[in-house]
Ligand binder design. Sequence first.
Ligand code: GDP
Length: 451
Amino acid sequence: METPLIVIAGRPNVGKSSLFNRLVGRRQALVADQPGLTRDRQEATAVLGGRLVRIADTAGLEEAPPESLSGRMRAGAASSLEQADLIVFVVDARAGILPPDAHFGAWLRRLGRPVLLVANKTEGRAGYNNALDAYSLGLGEPLSVSAEHGEGLSHLMSTIAEMLPPAPEGAEEEPTEEGEKPLRLVILGRPNAGKSTLVNRLLGEDRMLTGPEPGITRDAITLPLRDTTGREFQLVDTAGLRRRARVQDEVEKLSTGATINAMRFAEVVVLVVDAVDGLHDQDLQIARLVEREGRAMVVALNKWDAVEDRDATRKAVSDRLERSLAQLKGIPVVTLSAMTGANVQKLLPAVRAVHDTWNKRITTSALNRWFEDAVSRHPPPAVQGRRLKLRYVTQANARPPTFVVFGTRAEATPEDYRRYLVNELREVFALPGTPIRLDFRGTVNPFNEKE
Ligand code: GDP
């Protein structure tokens, strides 16, 4: 099979080029610095979710006069769109859905190629709600990203990979004996938390299968390892990690970009925290990124050998995590010493457990048994004098667990009620340490079309 082709389409200024650059791993500046860059279609190869793909940015549309915009969009984009294995249709959530978006969307639906709807510019609080507008296109659930701020990209990449036609035999990662793919994890944390020591410790105990493998990106390599049960892992090792910085730590300053980049390839993030030092804001920042990118997380509370009051330390860290990370409750904490090796053997089992949780699928019947009960115990509030009627819930996706609640005016469900349901879901179905996504959909038919 040929390398699958992904075409990015949408009206001008929705952020196609920024997204293109993000997906192919180019610096943001290219967009701003070179006007006209998108005048011709550009194409690049990239690795998304472990798949080699071609990505094309449709262009030549920027100069089209507004009145004929949607027509021009079709003409300009048609040839590449017809060959696309997947069309990434980008809309600007800040500007809302404009007539050209709607026309183009309707045309795309008739084209019959697989379409992934992406709502760009959704940074900040308002962003998510604006993205919901895009449901009206009838192209399914919009995936929210901010190409400019680098948010939601790993989710986008894995979704794209999932939507592609299956790769031919042998092209994918080798499954292990149990038929499972190696579990991809990344170790993150502040400088000096003990990440390198931990990686070396993990690799040191006869677990390394082969040498380091060439990078999935220029800056990262993957280290294969196997735990005592035979489960295989791929440790995504970022450059700053193994190569000990001679001058600590000019290079290793924690940048959002580097963190996201490493997280992209991982399913589970191990956040290494220096227990002597306690939990810093920077640690919480990493954790929030993990949440936003929809990854599962385990905290390795390192340097446990050097901690004097263990009870107090454990409590302080757990309390702060619970308080500061409402969106990622119940993160498993493993106390260990990378230096002495004490308790290090507990880390990979914890990673596996949280990975299982992250992959979990709950049956619709179990969900709705709970839902009926949860809603009758604590009925949804009235909004603008009218009761919300929440009817049923279904799990739309895993990795991370994603649920959709349907009902009359369900989209008007207030934030604290949403939180109530998420907390319940987490407790009742035992989903600690993973983000949970919960969407609300009104029962208005989004497929009504005026054309
Ligand atoms: P990185 O910057 O996160 O990769 O941190 P390193 O692995 O380089 O560790 C930073 C320092 O912490 C080094 O001096 C390590 O020897 C020390 N260190 C790492 N793990 C432990 C541990 O479990 N206990 C103690 N006492 N020191 C540790």
